[in-house]
Design a protein around this ligand. Structure first.
Ligand code: PLP
Length: 398
């Protein structure tokens, strides 16, 4: 009989020849457990999803309760489904006044697609500006605004009218003009290896968009839900986007995304033609119920309050001559090492020793540190020891 691993490799589509191949039996808190009961400390949260940790009881209860009431009823936006309404209401209560209309979708990439369409409709312009090293998802539209040629060249032709500028480079803001429908930017660049822009830069970007009538789309798919030490990353920078993108941790482990704007802008999807964005499963009631519970846990348990302290502990502990830099904000961190080769060996060693980490799509020499926000100081100390031991071993072997 074939093992699960053999079946996985033969029947489940693979996108590399080197998947992590960790078999997970169950997950709880900050740990994943393999079939032998071996715990693995999760330092990547399923790539920015499990901000509350795994198996949060309130989220699970909300999922069960909603599944028993109803699951899918109708394509998005027709029936009044209380989980969608309550989650939108909660999000809006936590956002600035101008962000008061929520469109729920299924994923981050779909949030990006919806927002790009909305910006074109509202401004009646065609040009889009995106950033070098940006990552916004893997659909054709999202690939079109990805700032890394290597990953998109095989899929051309992509969307026309996309221009790229440098992140955190004020000189390039001049390329945003009266022809630009929208600027799409990650508030903190993620797959670029966690790049935090200057406050003055994001403020200048905001001003340039306002002056040119361009919509500013902030992608916080990876950075929202407390990850950077504020509920929304833009709060660090004193700016408000015209459209905000969320997904990943929004569903508390369930798949959901959202693009959020003002009612005035969002109304552009209503006419000429009607039905400006259609999705069958977007805002699935079970996902919305989970999302509402996740937001309530995040706030009621005050999980964001300790993010900065935990971030500083990682930065204090992770000192080694092989570490070139630690970048990031809150619990969205990157450790830069000398090369992909070195990084990959350290990552493999960490995983073998029970600490899961990873590298970044556009920055393969850096290691990802983005644990559930509930990680304790002792768990951080343990993780850092495993990482430092692995780095040291590679460093000595060189
Ligand atoms: N935007 C950012 C910043 C992301 O990190 C990701 C996923 O990693 C996406 C968009 C795409 O989200 P999804 O994988 O849900 O389509």
């Amino acid at each position: 009989m074939l093992t699960l691993r053999q079946l996985f490799l033969s029947h489940n589509a693979q996108t590399t020849d080197f998947p992590l191949l960790l078999e997970v039996e169950r997950a709880e808190g900050v740990y994943l457990y393999d079939p032998h009961g071996k715990p693995y400390l999760d330092l990547i949260s399923g790539i920015g999803v499990s901000n509350l940790g795994h198996g949060n009881k309130r989220v699970i209860q909300a999922i069960k309760d909603q599944a028993e009431k109803y699951m899918h009823l109708m394509v998005y936006g027709e029936y009044i489904q209380s989980p969608q309404v309550r989650l939108a209401e909660k999000l809006i209560s936590l956002l600035p006044d101008s962000l008061n209309s929520v469109y729920f979708v299924n994923s981050g990439a779909e949030a990006l697609e919806g927002a790009m369409k909305l910006a074109k409709r509202y401004t009646n312009r065609r040009e889009v500006i995106a950033f070098h090293n940006a990552y916004h998802g893997s659909t054709h539209g999202a690939l079109s605004v990805m700032g890394n040629e290597e990953f998109k060249q095989a899929y051309r032709p992509l969307l026309p009218g996309i221009n790229f500028i440098r992140f955190n480079e004020p000189d390039d803001l001049q390329f945003i003009t009266n022809e630009t429908a929208c600027v799409i930017v990650e508030t903190v660049q993620g797959e670029a290896g966690i790049r935090v822009p200057d406050i003055s830069y994001l403020q200048a970007l905001r001003s340039r968009c306002t002056v040119t009538g361009t919509l500013l789309i902030l992608d916080e798919i990876q950075a929202a839900m407390g990850r950077t030490g504020k509920l929304f990353a833009f709060e660090h920078f004193g700016i408000i986007p015209d459209i905000l993108l969320m997904a990943k941790a929004l569903g508390g482990g369930m798949p959901i995304g959202a693009f959020i704007s003002s009612k005035e802008i969002m109304d552009a999807l209503k006419e000429n033609p009607i039905l400006g964005h259609i999705t069958t499963f977007g805002g699935h009631p079970v996902c919305c119920a989970a999302g509402l519970a996740a937001l309530e846990v995040l706030i009621d348990d005050d999980l964001i309050a300790s993010v900065e302290i935990k971030s500083n502990l990682f930065k204090e502990l992770l000192i080694h001559p092989a570490i070139k830099e630690i970048r990031g904000k809150g619990l969205l961190l990157a450790i830069e090492l000398e090369s992909f080769n070195f990084n990959k060996k350290v990552i493999d060693q960490c995983i073998a020793n029970g600490v899961i980490t990873d590298w970044f799509l556009h920055c393969s020499n850096s290691m990802r540190i983005a644990p559930p926000l509930i990680i304790t100081e002792d768990q951080i100390r343990f993780a850092c020891k495993v990482i430092l031991d692995a780095i040291d071993q590679e460093y000595q072997n060189k």
